[in-house]
Design a protein around this ligand. Structure first.
Ligand SMILES: [Zn+2]
Length: 226
């Protein structure tokens, strides 16, 4: 599932030359979509494919409905210091993951039954263990997947962070879905803003992300055999 950030009334970050994050991330996501679609063994969806507002909650709901394997949120970064540049990739931090787990435990969300389709055992210990196994699998896969994307991006752009960043973004919190968030470049940096608007650069980024996806898929396809 490709998730172009923002949209509609939410422009995201705005560049010095008035480029809207919501527009460039949609353009790049569509390019990735087209590359994946050419592969008969992969299926691809988007949380939005036009300039509309989609809440963070609805993005996760859409992902769940499609029973996706990997969630990829696509954004551009922004900083007060205009010279800051480069791409970053984030997965959920352990701290945030623990907060999510506590919330599921205490609110008795019936998570396992409703989301995963395994009947609750009514043994709290077993239920929590199943939850933890599912969540740990997602986090480990997110990091592995994120590394492939970083390796791939490194060949075509500066990296802002050499390693996977840890964050608490809402779209990374679905405990059963391996999820990453890519900040393609700094829209607040004049050169990177220019790049983000350039169709050749957009295609280069899309291709790099696609190659990371494909590499991860080919290395892990046994896990996703459905
Ligand atoms: Zn954003």
């Amino acid at each position: 599932m490709l998730d172009p950030g923002h949209g509609g009334e939410d422009p995201g970050a705005i560049g010095q030359k008035n480029t809207y994050e919501k527009n460039v991330v949609l353009q790049i996501a569509k390019r990735i979509y087209n590359l994946i679609q050419k592969k008969p063994y992969m299926r691809v969806y988007m949380t939005r494919n036009k300039d509309v507002f989609v809440s963070l909650k609805d993005r996760i709901i859409k992902a769940r409905r499609k029973k996706i394997d990997i969630f990829i949120s696509i954004h551009t970064d922004s900083a007060k210091k205009k010279f800051v540049k480069g791409a970053s990739v984030f997965s959920i931090s352990r701290k945030e993951a623990n907060i999510v787990a506590e919330k599921y435990y205490s609110n008795n969300y019936h998570f396992i039954e409703n989301i995963i389709g395994i009947k609750k055992s009514n043994d709290e210990y077993i239920d929590h263990t199943i939850f933890d196994l599912i969540q740990n699998f997602s986090i480990n896969e997110s990091v592995k997947f994120g590394k492939q994307i970083l390796n791939s991006l490194e060949k075509i752009t500066d990296l802002h962070k050499k390693n996977i960043g840890q964050a608490g973004f809402a779209v990374l919190k679905a405990p059963e879905i391996p999820s990453i968030l890519i900040e393609i470049a700094f829209i607040s940096n004049l050169q990177e803003e220019k790049n983000l608007n350039n169709s050749i650069y957009q295609q280069k980024v899309a291709k790099a992300i696609f190659e990371g996806i494909e590499k991860y898929y080919l290395l892990n396809k046994k896990k996703y055999n459905h």
